[in-house]
Write a protein of this length. Structure first.
Lengths: 123, 288
């Protein structure tokens, strides 16, 4: 029996040829961007010692973290289309995850700092 | 995308019942929920890695010193192989998103083409990882420690790790603290006689990597390498299988009859997630 009270959201996702061309251009732009960022990361990893002295490592480390987050944002928002979804679903996915990961990072850093100090004092 | 997701709807309509307030289908929402929980698993692994690395007082191996080999080539190519693996995975992510786009236009031929390329890219990545594991496990010659705890790298021409002292060109190189230094420029190479004497008096000999010890650094280093890249590699492998099944269904016209290609989109979400995890593994395991 066919039910007529179910909304088929999947059918909403269709788009026309012209819209498709626009979306494809966007996809290739994001691809180019991700490739450039990855190239920067690898070049920095391989050659940073030739360009900077050892004290720059901290700065480079944070550059990596920021570039990674930028890449992740583009993958999630563009490739996974989360940027095109409703704000409701975006928030219900990102907010709990952000909350848990911040907690996890906090507890990981605090505890590992403590353990590190213990090793240094008692070994 | 077009349709309900970008349409302005009043809250009465959205939350009034009878429809999804998120304007997405059940299957897609559940895929997202699964991905969030899977992301937390990977976060747990990476934070555990960070925990051990941060708490240890031993020196930790450096990515660009450990991973610098290319198949069939000698010499040092720091991180190039991992970068190629990353490029393959990002490329297969792009073909996947193009398959999804083709599906939105009901372009069956386009979906088949891009999905096929995605499967090929995924298979290449799994193969690359197999080579990397093999290289990591076999190692570059290993090291010995003397009874005084001094560490020497083992060198020989054939990279024979079963009986290195009988292989041609056998000699030892004193190790520098905190570095994985095989083939390092300016290293002090001992002559054969002195090397044989140290070799015969060695306290232990470690070569390659296993779960107990490895030549690169603390045991946890190899353990995390196996666990994190292994868990990710298993995700890639299952992603390839899922994509292959979806590809067969596309070829048989299942989704065309259904009127939409949402299954490609859902498989795509999983596939992009695998790529996303690799971006983080690449940074936190190989680069930092």
């Amino acid at each position: 029996m066919e039910r007529d009270d179910i909304i088929e959201y999947s059918l909403d996702a269709h788009h026309s040829e012209e819209e498709g061309a626009k979306i494809r251009r966007n996809i290739w732009m994001v691809t180019l961007f991700l490739a450039v960022v990855t190239t920067i990361e690898v070049t920095l990893g391989a050659y940073w010692k030739d360009w900077f002295d050892a004290s720059a490592w901290n700065m480079i480390k944070w550059t990596y973290v920021v570039l990674t987050l930028v890449k992740a944002t583009y993958i999630v928002m563009s490739f996974m289309h989360l940027g095109d979804e409703r704000k409701n679903i975006r928030m219900i996915i990102l907010a709990p995850y952000a909350f848990f990961i911040l907690y996890l990072l906090y507890i990981g850093l605090v505890e590992s700092n403590y353990v590190h100090q213990m090793w240094e004092h008692f070994l | 995308m077009a349709g309900d997701a970008s349409k302005a709807l009043s809250n009465d309509v959205l939350w009034g019942g009878g429809r999804s307030p998120f304007s997405i289908s059940y299957g897609k929402m559940m895929m997202w929920f699964f991905l969030v929980s899977d992301a937390l698993t990977f976060s747990g692994l990476l934070v555990a890695y960070g925990f051990v690395r941060h708490s240890t007082t031993e020196s930790w191996p450096i990515g660009e010193e450990v991973f610098r080999a290319l198949p069939g080539l000698t010499g040092s190519y720091p991180l190039i192989y991992v970068a190629l693996m990353t490029a393959i995975l990002i490329f297969s992510s792009v073909t996947m998103v193009l398959a999804v786009e083709a599906g939105h236009r009901m372009d069956k031929k386009g979906v088949i083409k891009w999905l096929f390329l995605t499967v090929i890219g995924g298979a290449f990545f799994v193969g690359s990882q197999a080579w990397e594991w093999s290289h990591f496990i076999h190692g570059g010659g290993g090291y010995i420690t003397t009874n005084q705890g001094v560490k020497y790298w083992v060198h020989n021409d054939t990279h024979d790790t079963h009986d290195p002292s009988n292989a041609a060109g056998f000699h030892l190189v004193p190790a520098l603290e905190g570095h994985y230094l095989i083939g390092e420029e300016g290293a002090h190479h001992l002559d054969h006689e002195a090397s044989m004497k140290l070799w015969n008096d060695r306290a232990n000999y470690v070569d390659g990597a296993n779960m107990v010890h490895n030549e690169y650094g603390p045991p946890q280093y190899a353990n995390f390498f196996f666990f994190i890249t292994g868990f990710h590699g298993f995700h890639v492998f299952s992603g390839v299988i899922i994509n292959l099944i979806v590809l067969i269904m596309v070829i048989k016209g299942v989704f065309h009859r259904r009127g939409h290609y949402e299954m490609v989109e859902k498989a795509g979400l999983y596939w992009h997630f695998v790529d996303l995890v690799w971006v983080f593994v690449f940074t936190f395991f190989y680069l930092l």
